[in-house]
Design a protein around this ligand. Structure first.
Ligand code: HEC
Ligand code: HEC
Length: 387
């Protein structure tokens, strides 16, 4: 028996029969398992087999320039960077401004660590980073562009033409298939975004030290004790924000107020994704029959068999670098991390202010002010070091 388990056993025996409220020592074996998988992610995202150029430095260099170029938009004033600005690659307002002063419906997520995601957009309507880029490019509210505008921009700038031709073997002017041109541009934009990683955070060092303290039997004295305990036990945060990326890569209805046209979340995204010409099982994918195809078919089965679970469901975002992405949630309604913690403490927003059924994990938490503060401090410690 490990010293830790021995201590647990003795303590629970001591509490038995005393009549006082007994709480099992933190962490239990199950909780320890959750803590053990919160390790620092690898420095680079896993290879994306559907994008042959995903880790190509020349592609990333071209992608970086295109990311900053408002000339890819039809109005000529909006680049990817317009809505993914600053250190957090997002905006400080709930929504962002596209062509002609139009506002997006949702809050732009940070692009830090985007290469680690398994689904894209709050509702999951893109399944790979390269195809995601085609959505803002062609969205009338955002860049309002198309293959004609994008091709013209590549042709007008000789260094773009040279880099594109070298990577794809065809000059942009000769690329007759507009969808292929957009997919290629998406792939270089993805190659760039796959370099925007901040993985190593004070949080990781704290977790490692805490695990040692558990071994040594001094967990309760560790400065991270209350924050981790609240995150894992009372707050149940780790149920969804788990593992290296602090997300389960799934979609949940947390009961967030939303009366906008996209309030049904994943429920309105699945069908479009399955029939989308740019999905990872489609003709523009570099591995159309690989695991991505199986992933899409599993998604379909799940949406068909449990339709109630996708209504009002949004993707669990990573919590890494979360301090840099205020305001929060898909609506951008929560201004600070304190507000997010209050939201969870209340068990979400009022019934009737969102569609669908709130998932059962989201309940009133009764957190003390110390627990709330410890949770906020923990979230702030998740900001990774810039490389
Ligand atoms: C007008 C503002 C705007 C522009 C321009 C814009 N985005 Fe976004 N971006 C958003 C919003 C809003 C979302 C979330 C949309 C949603 O989930 O429905 C988003 C989502 C994303 C995501 C998904 C991140 C995630 O974690 O799911 C990526 C990646 C991204 N944008 C990259 C880009 C790229 C690349 C470009 C340029 C081709 C771009 N964006 C242009 C506003 C913008
Ligand atoms: C049932 C799964 C689940 C649980 C439990 C959960 N979350 Fe979340 N979390 C989500 C989902 C899904 C979203 C996005 C919700 C939306 O915008 O509709 C989210 C969003 C967030 C955000 C906003 C991130 C951003 O970039 O906007 C923070 C911060 C957060 N959660 C922290 C926590 C904390 C702290 C706890 C524990 C008190 C917790 N979560 C519990 C699933 C969960």
């Amino acid at each position: 028996m490990s010293p830790f388990r021995l201590r647990t056993a003795v303590l629970s025996l001591a509490l038995l029969g005393t009549g006082c409220e007994s709480e099992a020592p933190f962490p239990s074996e199950d909780e320890l398992d959750e803590l053990n998988i919160l390790h620092t992610p690898s420095a680079r995202p896993e290879v994306d087999p559907t994008n042959k150029w995903g880790d190509n430095p020349d592609a990333a260099a071209l992608g970086h320039r295109l990311f900053e170029d408002p000339g890819l938009s039809r109005c000529g004033t909006v680049s990817c960077r317009s809505c993914h600005e600053g250190e957090g690659y997002t905006v400080e307002t709930p929504t962002a401004e596209g062509c002609g002063g139009q506002r997006t419906e949702r809050n732009p997520p940070s692009l830090l660590n985007a290469g680690y995601n398994r689904w894209f957009m709050w509702d999951g309507r893109a399944d790979r980073l390269w195809s995601q880029a085609i959505l803002p490019l062609t969205n009338p509210v955002e860049m309002d562009s198309d293959a004609v505008v994008v091709r013209a921009r590549l042709v007008a700038e000789p260094t773009y033409t040279a880099a594109y031709t070298q990577l794809f073997g065809t000059a942009p002017a000769d690329e007759q298939n507009g969808d292929l041109l957009l997919a290629n541009v998406g792939k270089v934009l993805a190659a760039y975004q796959r370099t925007l990683n901040r993985t190593d955070a004070p949080f990781d060092a704290d977790v490692r030290r805490f695990l040692q303290a558990v071994q040594a039997g001094t967990a309760e004295q560790d400065p991270a004790y209350l924050g981790l305990k609240t995150f894992v036990r009372k707050g149940q945060c780790v149920v969804c924000h788990k593992g290296r990326a602090l997300t389960d890569d799934k979609f949940h209805n947390v009961g967030l107020k939303d009366a906008g046209p996209g309030k049904r979340g994943q429920a309105d995204a699945v069908e479009g994704l399955l029939s989308w010409v740019f999905n990872a099982a489609g003709v523009f994918s570099d591995a159309p029959t690989g695991t991505d195809a199986a992933r899409l078919s599993a998604l379909n089965t799940q949406a068909q068999s449990k339709p109630q679970e996708v209504v009002g469901a949004f993707r669990t975002p990573t919590l890494r670098n979360v301090e840099l992405s205020a305001p929060y949630m898909h609506t951008g309604a929560e201004k600070s991390l304190e507000d997010v913690v209050d939201f969870y403490n209340e068990g979400g927003d009022a019934d009737g202010s969102f569609v669908g059924v709130r998932t059962e994990t989201i309940v009133k938490l009764d957190l003390s002010s110390e627990e709330k503060q410890a949770l906020v401090a923990l979230l702030k410690s998740m900001t990774g070091v810039a490389r």
